[in-house]
Ligand binder design. Sequence first.
Ligand SMILES: O=P(O)(O)OC[C@@H](O)[C@@H](O)c1c[nH]c2ccccc12
Length: 272
Amino acid sequence: MTVLDDIIVGVREDLEARRTQVPLEELKLLAAQAPAPRDAYAALGGAEEPRQQLKVIAEVKRKSPSKGALAEIADPAELAVRYEQGGAAVISVLTEQRRFNGSLADFDAVRAAVDIPLLRKDFNVDEYQIWEARAHGADLVLLIVAALDDEQLRGFLALAHELGMEALVETHTAEEIDRAAAAGARIIGVNVRNLKTLDVDRSIFAGRAGRIPAGAVVVAESGVRGAADVEHYAAHGANAVLVGEALVKDNAPAEAIAEFGAAGAAAIAARA
Ligand SMILES: O=P(O)(O)OC[C@@H](O)[C@@H](O)c1c[nH]c2ccccc12
């Protein structure tokens, strides 16, 4: 059993517990009452031609299975406000409980505090979680290709789009990129962390990005330690970076986001 399989077992158990408390029919009513979704594709510069900026997806991440506790985040809303002030395009909030110490309560707190698009970051393996994301005011959901078969991937992507949301479709291998593209993903992430082993290999990004179709926003996920890593990803085709650990550990996350954006834009300009 891979790490990913193991995580999903726990995710499914937690999800079944929530389903008995809030049945799907009730979630659908809540989703209908939620504020309209914000356009995450536009926020990530998807429609700009050419894409000259490097967008930052800033993550609220308390803990990870590879590194354990990362930071004491007393007030996720306050952190999110700093992310927004620093110029983050999107904020990602981990809601997985067992391994990442996240929650929908964290998500709700962040939703109430900022106006930019929010990603509900979880191991989404059931339609219930997509409705749940929208009911809580999410604008995007994470879909991990390695965790889904093609029918699930297409079904969840279609549901997210029907509900007015986008999906960050996460890949690791070239084959997963092809599956994401064939399913019609508009925002494709390359996670340099292999979720089956948790190994990080930043060098894989360069060889993957060119495989992503031109219309899709290219997101480099994981492993950003500082501006040099952002420059590397931007030089090799990233339109956006998703950063967790480095930002939750930084005393000045807003300044770090601004620095990443500037470093990325310079690398994109140098590439042209
Ligand atoms: O903390 P990092 O190395 O900056 O990584 C952020 C993000 O990419 C990582 O949290 C992540 C990427 N894909 C995921 C899927 C589930 C949980 C977490 C993740």
